[in-house]
Design a protein around this ligand. Structure first.
Ligand code: BG6
Length: 485
């Protein structure tokens, strides 16, 4: 099998993810000459249509979702030449045979991207197997949600493992495709100055925030069954935590990196019924205003009352030598004041400040890694305010900042899926999630849910446009921490 695939099959090709992310990403890669010259892209979905109609759909998706600066009709036309379409209903094997016929010889390598409802995974894998599309030259990428708890995730993983080896299985967490998330590895492991400080001796606590301003976006059926913990913490936020906390891998390859991440995930201290109320806050948005635009309450948007959490804040601990006693505060929610993903490493105070004899106070250093919408890294340092100090020394926090747009203005911002699709086509698994990681994530998350249920917790209301229920502020403050708002 050649490592690079010559056929990419998109299941769910008429869906929202394909229109917003996958087709625009493939177009971007094509513009940059990064797709293999012979790569064919075959879309499949239930909608009965010919190649031409799907190409028109792909054209519109690209036009609507790529930046104007890279949209170009001639380049879209070249891109569309790669695209084909096969009508396929996952519950009907005839479609898979038609697909196998269009794919033809698989020895050039086939990459399959499943972005369909998980309820169709099993039928799809059976259909692929029946049509001979599961051989060693085929690899399969799976989009979330991969289950709703450990048991259902195992069932999906078992069904996949019946037809594809782990090395052929590429589980997607699109946060791993984000440039600044990968840059976290460079920051930690390509610089000498952070690693010695990256321990419980100098780090006071870590904050990870993923805040969103959007509400349900028409995804009520899925979201109401999931909630913020399963939708965001189980995958994206635990991956961020693992990248922050992991030991330096011996090499930048799939086994070394994923071995280190899984050790962190397995070291997460369980939340118990006894400490759930101290360590977890859940909330649900009510009516309010986000960016001065009035928005309805979650239950009104959903059209029925619900006990699903749209906000969660929690205190996690990585119980190992490096991180003993260092809290990791995680919070995420919908309808918060702004869209922001960031990691804050809050260092401890200097052990002794010689400046107090001159009336000056020092603030502890802080490293902020902004992932989106801004991509930058900012280190706050203490500096002396210029002057002759007759009234006492004055110190002030100043920041050393590396903004992506300044430092790398000659590079284009890419969609996270560009990286992941290219890695999939080329068979590079490092930025995909291994089975043991997903299962360790679910194990911890199931424990959190079980603990809050046993403790009788229900989501506390918060008005849209606020940083969650006030209990989330109290969760941090009773430990002497302020959220970085
Ligand atoms: C998805 C969640 O995985 O991530 C969504 O299902 C969420 O609810 C989205 O909105 C956030 O992704 P991003 O890249 O916009 O931060």
């Amino acid at each position: 099998m050649s490592d690079t695939a010559s056929t990419l099959i998109l299941f769910g090709a008429t869906g929202d993810l394909a229109a917003r992310m996958l087709l625009p990403s493939l177009y971007g890669l094509n513009c940059d000459g990064l797709l293999p010259a012979d790569l064919r892209i075959i879309g499949t979905a239930r909608t009965a249509q010919e190649d031409a109609a799907f190409r028109a759909h792909a054209h519109d998706a690209v036009r609507d979702h790529v930046p104007e600066t890279i949209f170009d009709e001639a380049r879209v036309a070249t891109f569309l030449e790669r695209i084909h379409y096969v009508t396929l209903d996952a519950t009907d094997t005839a479609g898979f045979h038609r697909l196998a016929h269009v794919v033809g010889d698989t020895s050039g390598g086939v990459a399959i991207f499943l972005s369909t409802a998980p309820s169709l995974f099993k039928a799809t894998i059976d259909g692929l197997a029946a049509a001979g599309l599961t051989g060693p030259e085929v690899r399969l990428a799976l989009e979330k949600p991969l289950g709703s708890d450990l048991a259902s995730s195992r069932a999906i993983n078992d069904a996949v493992a019946g037809a594809f080896s782990e090395a052929q299985t590429f589980r997607i967490d699109h946060y791993l495709g984000k440039e600044t998330v990968q840059n976290l590895l460079a920051l930690r492991f390509a610089n000498v100055m952070f690693e010695p400080l990256w321990t419980n001796a100098t780090v006071d606590h870590v904050q990870i925030t993923v805040s969103e301003t959007i509400g349900l976006e028409g995804r009520g059926d899925y979201y109401d069954g999931a909630g913020a913990l399963r939708d965001m913490v189980q995958n994206h936020m635990l991956q961020l935590l693992a990248l922050v906390a992991m030991e330096p891998p011996a090499s930048f390859d799939a086994t070394a990196v994923r071995d280190e991440k899984v050790k962190v995930l397995r070291s997460l201290r369980p939340v118990t019924a006894a400490d759930a109320a101290q360590r977890v806050v859940i909330g649900q948005y009510g009516a309010g205003a986000v960016g001065s635009i009035p928005v309805p309450a979650y239950a009104d948007e959903l059209g029925k009352p619900s006990t699903t959490e749209t906000f969660v804040a929690l205190q996690a601990f990585v119980d190992n030598w490096r991180w003993a006693g260092v809290p990791f505060y995680l919070r995420t929610g919908k309808r918060l004041p702004d869209r922001r993903t960031e990691i804050v490493i809050q260092f401890k105070c200097v052990p002794h400040s010689m400046f107090h004899t001159r009336g000056a106070t020092t603030s502890p250093n802080r490293l902020t890694i902004a992932i989106q919408p801004d991509e930058n890294i900012e280190l706050s340092l203490m500096a002396k305010v210029p002057g002759l100090d007759r009234g006492g020394v004055k110190l002030r926090e100043v920041s050393l900042a590396i903004g992506r747009d300044d430092a790398f203005s000659d590079t284009r911002r890419r969609i996270a899926y560009e990286r992941l699709l290219l890695d999939l086509v080329e068979g590079e698994p490092t930025l995909f999630v291994r089975r043991d990681e997903v299962e360790a994530q679910w194990q911890w998350i199931d424990g959190v849910r079980a603990a809050w249920t046993a403790a009788g917790m229900v989501p506390k209301p918060y008005a849209s446009g606020n940083w969650g229920p006030s209990a989330a502020i109290a969760l941090a403050e009773r430990n002497g921490v302020s959220w970085n708002d």
